[in-house]
Design a protein around this ligand. Structure first.
Ligand SMILES: [Fe+2]
Ligand SMILES: [Fe+2]
Length: 197
């Protein structure tokens, strides 16, 4: 394995989780739907925990959690741009629109979060010793939460966009009601919404 790239993956994942905390802080200002607010409050807390978990992984792997790299800077700036997009939407004075923008920003962020952790899981399988244990434990704690963050947020984005279009929306989204944690489950949930009306 390319250990330099493994280090980069961990540092970028940590940076992305830190950006995620800020994204949820801003997204919560945009949320109108009470169920969505509750959901995002939970994801916000979990994301704070993910920052802690990756900081712990860094110390167990003897990595400097603060080390800056060019790749990390890009991750940071992309996170900032999502926060800026939501701030702009809030400033435009249309709350429903701002809520939709926030769901889109959360989906974009969570897709990357989900794929970072998928890669961490793959790397953990190939490692040995104490480093492997640190990564495996981290992955075990986080993986289900990331599935939920991503698939449920996609459901919220779709349904709130439908509502904005004046089309029939299923709220909370079926992904939420069915506690979807897999891609196939998400596909089934999406299919069930079209069958039901
Ligand atoms: Fe996360
Ligand atoms: Fe997440």
């Amino acid at each position: 394995m390319e250990m330099q790239m493994v280090k980069e993956l961990i540092l970028q994942s940590l940076e992305h989780e830190k950006g995620g905390v800020k994204i949820y802080e801003t997204a919560l200002k945009c949320a109108q739907n009470e169920d969505l607010k509750e959901e995002w409050e939970k994801y916000h807390q979990e994301t704070e925990r993910h920052v802690q978990i990756l900081q712990d992984v860094c110390s167990q792997m003897q990595l400097d959690a603060e080390e800056q790299t060019p790749g990390r800077k890009i991750v940071h700036d992309m996170g900032q741009s999502l926060v800026a997009a939501m701030e702009a939407a809030l400033g435009a004075g249309d709350p429903a629109q701002a809520e939709c923008v926030a769901t889109e920003c959360v989906v974009l962020a969570e897709e990357k979060d989900h794929s970072n952790w998928q890669l961490i899981g793959e790397v953990a399988k190939k490692m040995t010793g104490a480093e492997a244990k640190a990564l495996k434990d981290a992955y075990k704690e986080v993986e289900d939460q990331e599935d939920e963050h991503y698939y449920h947020s996609k459901g919220w984005m779709r349904e709130l966009s439908m509502q904005a279009l004046g089309l029939k929306a299923v709220l909370p989204p079926p992904e939420e009601k069915k506690h979807v944690k897999t891609a196939i489950g998400a596909a089934r949930a999406e299919q069930s919404r079209t069958k039901s009306h």
